[in-house]
Ligand binder design. Structure first.
Ligand SMILES: [Mg+2]
Length: 237
């Protein structure tokens, strides 16, 4: 990719039709990488440091079988910081796919960082989460209906990016930074900017099973809102 472009990187090899986005499109699960699919080790770039989260392979199989596109959206500011290269990022990503037994439908990463040392990558990029740029771009390029889509992340930045893009539901997993995020949310240390995660799950496998249950039995939030509507209607009678 051209490092100084605002455009995120789409993995064309992985497939994905370049249709106009919008409603009537496909449903997708947006996945943060570190702390969701693999363990958070801080600027992961060496294959020997790559450790897949238990059950992530089964989780992705479940989501794929439900008809979801699997789209990775990941901040890679370490590239701007000169800690590793785009080539090393892709090597880790390919190995992750191999171990998970999947080919992602899209891989979007933002190599920029406002404190980068690589001059052409030093900037506050609209693609960088918590900004919604990568999700919006994916939705246009892969024809994703965000109103039928989910985000699974371990950081409030993932949740905020999803909300700002208009993703239907988000799940905070408790792997990676997740537990610390939950503690900070509970202690009021996190600025939720108008919305926290819709749901919380132990890890990506529980998140996938939950999405499967929602497909089968309905969405608890919608059901609860319906119940409240029912209660309100009854109260007026
Ligand atoms: Mg993460």
């Amino acid at each position: 990719m051209t490092g100084n472009s605002d455009k995120p990187v789409i993995d064309k090899e992985a497939g994905g039709e370049m249709n106009a986005g919008g409603r009537g499109g496909k449903k997708a699960v947006f996945l943060d990488r570190d702390g969701v699919l693999c363990h958070e080790v801080g600027h992961l770039h060496r294959i020997e440091d790559l450790k897949v989260i238990d059950g992530a392979d089964e989780a992705l199989k479940t989501l794929k079988n439900l008809g979801y596109l699997l789209v990775v959206v990941t901040n890679q500011g370490g590239i701007a910081k000169g800690l590793y290269t785009e080539k090393e990022f892709w090597a880790v990503l390919r190995e992750l796919e191999r171990r998970l037994g999947v080919t992602f439908d899209g891989v979007y990463f933002c190599p920029h960082h406002p404190d980068g040392v690589v001059e052409e990558l030093r900037k506050d990029c609209p693609m960088r989460k918590p900004s919604p740029g990568m999700i919006q771009k994916a939705s246009e390029e892969l024809n994703i209906d965000l109103k039928r889509s989910w985000m699974i992340g371990d950081h409030i930045k993932d949740i905020e990016a999803a909300r700002r893009a208009g993703v239907w539901r988000s799940i905070l997993v408790l792997t990676g930074y997740g537990k610390e995020m939950l503690r900070r949310i509970v202690d009021g240390e996190v600025e939720l900017n108008g919305g926290g995660p819709h749901y919380i799950a132990q890890d990506i496998l529980f998140a996938a099973r939950f999405i499967s249950l929602v497909e089968e039995k309905g969405d608890p939030i919608e059901i609860a809102e319906g119940d409240r509507g029912e209660v309100r209607r009854r109260a007026r009678m």
